[in-house]
Design a protein around this ligand. Sequence first.
Ligand SMILES: [Zn+2]
Length: 126
Amino acid sequence: MKCCTKCKIEKPLTEFYKHKGKKSGLMSECKSCKDVKNREWREENPDKVKEIVKKWQEKNPDKCKEYFSKWKEENPEKLKEYQDEYQKKYNKENREKRREIERRYALKKRIKNQNAWVYLKDYPLL
Ligand SMILES: [Zn+2]
């Protein structure tokens, strides 16, 4: 048994994560305290988390692919959710760009029609 320095509850050693740097070989905080802390840290440092994940992905491309394809198989609904969310975000970010493209397209069309009209006007017989 080991006492957690955070919640002060005595817990079996399996309730502690391993830590190579420590003499005991275990973290001083129990798994649930560490999980809470990790979650808080992740929420506070989304950029750092992204960086770490990216580095891990670069180092372990095969593992990452394997992990992702497994995850896809196990979470088809979540995948769809993520894709929808991504699409929504993408659409939002590109709405301005799309508007600009559409505006340009409309203008081009108008110019084209105008040219046609000018063209017809030059033919009094028509
Ligand atoms: Zn604890």
